[in-house]
Each structure stands twice: as C-alpha cells, then as structure tokens.
Design a protein around this ligand. Structure first.
Ligand code: ZN
Length: 262
C-alpha cells in the first residue's frame, strides 16, 4: 500500500466567525468539511490550518510535512503575512502541490504564482452552474460524468485574468449566460497548481459528493513527484574542455562595426 498523501487544508475562516448564514452552512468551518471529504475518500492524512493561528498555521514544520496544500480565502487576503506567502511559494517551487479554491483566485499566493491580476466577473443570485468535464481522461476528472450540476452557485465569468493553463479540465456554464475556466492546471517549478472554482461560502458546495471526488482527485494529481530545494550552482564540465584563449576580435559584418573602446 502506498504512503498516504499528507494534505493541509487551509481556510481563512473569517466568514464562519462573522456571518450567521455561513455559520449555518459550515458550523465548524468549511475546512472541516473539506478535510472530512478527503478523509472519507481514503489515502490521505489530513490536517487543517487557519488564518488566525500563529503563522497562519503554516509553520516551516507544517509545510515540510505537507504534500498538498488547499487554500480557501476571501475577505482577509490582505491579512496573510507576506513572509508566509513567500514560504508557501518557495515550497510550491520545491514540489508541494497547491489547490486554490473559489475566491482564493485573489489570494496573494495565487497571484504570486500566476503573475497576473487573476480578476474575473461575478454575480451572486444563487443561479445554476453546469461544470463541464472537457478532459474526461484527466486524473482530476476520474469517475465523473459529462458534467457536474450545482443548483445554486455564485457566478464567476470570463475574462479570468490568468496565464493560459497548462491543462484545462473544467469549463463552467451559468444560468445567466457566462462561461468560466473552472478547473485549471499549471506547473510552477517542481510543484503542481490546480485552481478549482466552486465553493462560495453561503452554499453547501463542499458537501457535494462529486465536488469532494474532484478535490480528492486533485490532491492525488498535485502530489509531489519530487521535492527539491532550489539552487544555482557553478558547475564543472562533464567532458574535458581544452584550454582556450578568448577571441577578442569582433565581427564587422552587416550587423554593425566593432564597438569603439575609449
Ligand atoms: Zn464567493
């Protein structure tokens, strides 16, 4: 039996503290529901971490023991310390998987890894979403049908200002007419990054068995194949290179004359 995948489920956890509607949907925080879904899938050891813990629950020791980190944030992106964002980014580049959920599109860590604004259109009227599986052979789509239908969601619409994904697994259609790239994969350094759109805090999205299956599939896909610290070595040649003297004469071809050294 292969070793369990170590997942850390990170949640900002502020809506649950301040909004009665959200507390009703996720009385123990949405991180506990996401974590339980992964545990039920099997093959994972799961811990949770939240913004209001020391170092946001993401100490060096926690990240060292994390294969895949999931990230849900919304109202308090600015409260995430830059030093912790840099620590997570470094770990992704070394090989840790990262799954960014829903409003995490505007998190510091996602924007740092994408290098773009990550902006989009949005509307909250509890409309229907049809999440189309456009790469059924992709590991993240394993076990799904042609689409997943969510009766009540917040709409996210294009243009989503992201770099073109390396692989696109899901495209959403919304009742109001918009479409959105809802399941996007990238590689950053040795790490794998997956953005997954559904998960607005006032709807019970993370209780949905198909959504739980997608998150488990994504965590398996994002598991590191390699963890390697970055370096930039000055390196010896593999083969012997005879001693050379550098030719200091410059070409005077059609591209211009030799620079004048005064
Ligand atoms: Zn939302």
């Amino acid at each position: 039996m292969s070793k369990p995948i170590r997942v850390t489920v990170w949640n900002e956890g502020r809506h649950e503290k301040t909004n009665a509607t959200v507390r009703k949907v996720y009385p123990l925080g949405m991180h506990t529901v996401i974590a339980k879904g992964l545990e039920a899938a099997g093959g994972f050891t799961v811990r949770t971490a939240t913004l209001d813990e020391p170092e946001h629950g993401l100490t060096e020791a926690v990240l060292d023991q994390t294969d895949v980190l999931t990230w849900w944030g919304h109202m308090a992106h600015a409260d995430v310390q830059d030093a912790i964002v840099q620590r997570v980014q470094k770990r992704v580049l070394e090989g840790m998987g990262l799954i960014v959920l829903h409003s995490g599109h505007f998190s510091k860590i996602f924007r740092a890894l994408m290098g773009t604004n990550c902006s989009l259109k949005w509307r909250e009227v509890a409309e229907k979403e049809r999440l189309w599986v456009i790469e059924p052979s992709h590991p993240i789509a394993e076990g799904l049908g042609e689409y997943v239908e969510l009766p009540n969601t917040e709409m996210y619409g294009e243009r989503f200002d992201i770099p073109t994904p390396d692989e696109l697994v899901f495209i959403s259609w919304f009742e109001g007419g918009e479409v959105f790239r809802s399941g996007c994969c990238w590689r950053r350094g040795h790490g794998r990054v997956f953005y997954f759109r559904p998960g607005h805090e006032t709807y019970p999205i993370y209780y949905n068995p198909e959504i739980q299956r997608i998150l488990a599939n994504a965590a398996r896909w994002a598991t590191p194949r390699l963890i390697k610290a970055d370096n930039c070595p000055n390196t010896k040649a593999f083969e012997a290179i005879p001693p050379r003297t550098v030719d200091m004469t410059f070409s005077t071809g059609s591209c211009g004359s030799a620079p004048v050294v005064s």
